[in-house]
Design a protein around this ligand. Structure first.
Ligand code: PMP
Length: 428
């Protein structure tokens, strides 16, 4: 019933393409007026561990920030801020055009080079967003006759890139390499003539879990398929020297294609595609729409990502990752002490299962009022009955804040359950 209800709002049908959006808007407005629409909040200042958040109705609260993606808190790091100032002084605040024309500057060229070294992939193409990088790599390389096989939980940019490129898109169950092998075997048996692209992520940000990438790469090569790994969330934050899941699995330079984003640990915006081939880099730049047809990264964004990458690779980076991990483990332990198992494995995203979307909405309202700000993740980002809080942990948090955050969340969820007299579909 609930699925049907949501589908009517989010997938409306009928000939009036614009008018049919009204039902969703009215439903969302009714949630907003009761404080149950926990999206489009804004920050009144920098995204520090403690900050002021303003709700969509304009109410401001000071509290604990669990919604920031710059996991090593580099967005306010003095040398990153100084690099930003310098770039603005030297290059202004705009890029002259697409990366194909005059859009590159010294910071963006240095960023390509530094990233190539970090990933041990000699050729890097920059994109204005991580979204554009994933979408562009797939849409650029895959032709309508080719196949794309995605881990079912791959990010929307990858799913939409696949759908834009070909109708031959399949999804295999999350992290299931055996199912992937079966799918590739089946596709190759019936089509020896066309390409197969396999898509996964270095860290799945809604579930905090990681594939066995080497095994996946071997399976791909067995059937003449190409592997693409999106490292948006793990690069910089995890792995030796911040090399992410690829570095942790000793796979630097060994995977076919790597895409990622500067909008998380690199405290900027923008994305990249990394490859071992000059030809692939050039093809993706020209044929992957978002590189050639979007304005390039602004110099200040490139300079911020470049300085963040320098810190990521330094001893200071090791220290920041260790501090973040101490917080991550403390947060997961605080939930476990009260019988709640966070999803996945320890990473900067700590998913707290809530299940019932109504409980999730009410709990989200309560935690906001009490000054704790995780993001509520629900359909369409995850399946309908799998709502969760995604608590994003930074190196600048403290262990005491982890305990406080877990306490407030757990109490709010219990209260929400009681208020709604909901059955208990998950441990929460
Ligand atoms: N890929 C993944 C796996 C992501 O999680 C995200 C951001 N949520 C993106 C790509 C898009 O990155 P950006 O914000 O730079 O567009």
């Amino acid at each position: 019933l609930f699925t049907h209800f949501i589908a009517n709002y989010t997938n409306p049908t009928g000939p009036d393409l614009l008018g049919r959006t009204e039902a969703f808007f009215e439903w969302q407005e009714s949630r907003r007026q009761t404080g149950l629409w926990p999206y489009s909040r804004s920050l009144d200042g920098a995204p520090m561990a403690e900050c002021a958040v303003r709700s969509e109705t304009g109410v401001a609260r000071q509290g604990l920030n669990f919604g920031s993606q710059d996991y090593l808190a580099l967005s306010t790091h003095p040398s990153v801020v100084e690099a930003a100032h310098r770039a603005i002084r030297d290059f202004g605040v705009h890029s002259a055009g697409s990366g194909m024309f005059g859009g590159n500057t010294a910071p963006s060229l240095k960023l390509e080079q530094a990233l190539a070294e970090h990933l041990e992939m000699p050729y890097v193409a920059l994109f204005a967003t991580g979204w554009g990088a994933g979408f562009g790599a797939i849409a650029g390389l895959v032709r309508p006759e080719d196949h794309v096989v995605l881990d079912a939980l791959s990010h929307a940019s990858l799913q939409q890139g696949a759908n834009a490129a070909t109708q031959k898109v399949s999804r295999v169950p999350h992290l299931n390499n055996r199912a992937m092998r079966r799918k590739l075997q089946e596709l190759r048996a019936s089509d020896a003539a066309n390409g197969i692209l396999v898509v996964t992520e270095g860290l799945f940000s809604m579930d905090s879990d990681i594939p066995r990438i080497e095994e996946l790469q071997t399976i791909c090569h067995e059937f003449g398929a190409t592997l693409l790994v999106d490292v948006a969330h793990d690069l910089g934050a995890l792995g030796p020297k911040g090399t992410g899941s690829l570095g942790a699995q000793n796979l630097l330079g060994k995977v076919d294609l790597v895409v990622g984003s500067f909008s998380k640990t690199f405290s900027s915006n923008g994305g990249f595609v990394a490859t071992r081939s000059a030809a692939v880099r050039q093809f993706v730049r020209v044929m992957g729409g978002p590189h050639i047809f979007s304005n390039a990264l602004v110099p200040v964004q490139a300079a911020v990502a470049l300085e963040s990458l320098r810190i990521v690779r330094s001893e200071e980076g090791d220290m920041l990752r260790a501090r973040a991990m101490e917080n991550i483990l403390a947060l997961r332990a605080a939930f476990a002490e009260r019988g709640v198992k966070c999803l996945g494995e320890p990473s900067n995203v700590v998913p707290v299962p809530l299940g019932d979307p109504k409980v999730a909405r009410v709990a989200s309202k309560l935690v906001f009022e009490r000054g704790v700000f995780p993001n509520l993740v629900e359909y369409p980002a995850v399946r309908i009955r799998e709502s969760r809080f995604r608590m994003q942990v930074m190196s600048s948090h403290t262990v005491a804040q982890m305990k406080q955050g877990a306490e407030v969340v757990l109490n709010a969820v219990e209260e929400a359950r009681t208020m709604l007299e909901a059955p208990q579909p998950s441990p929460l």
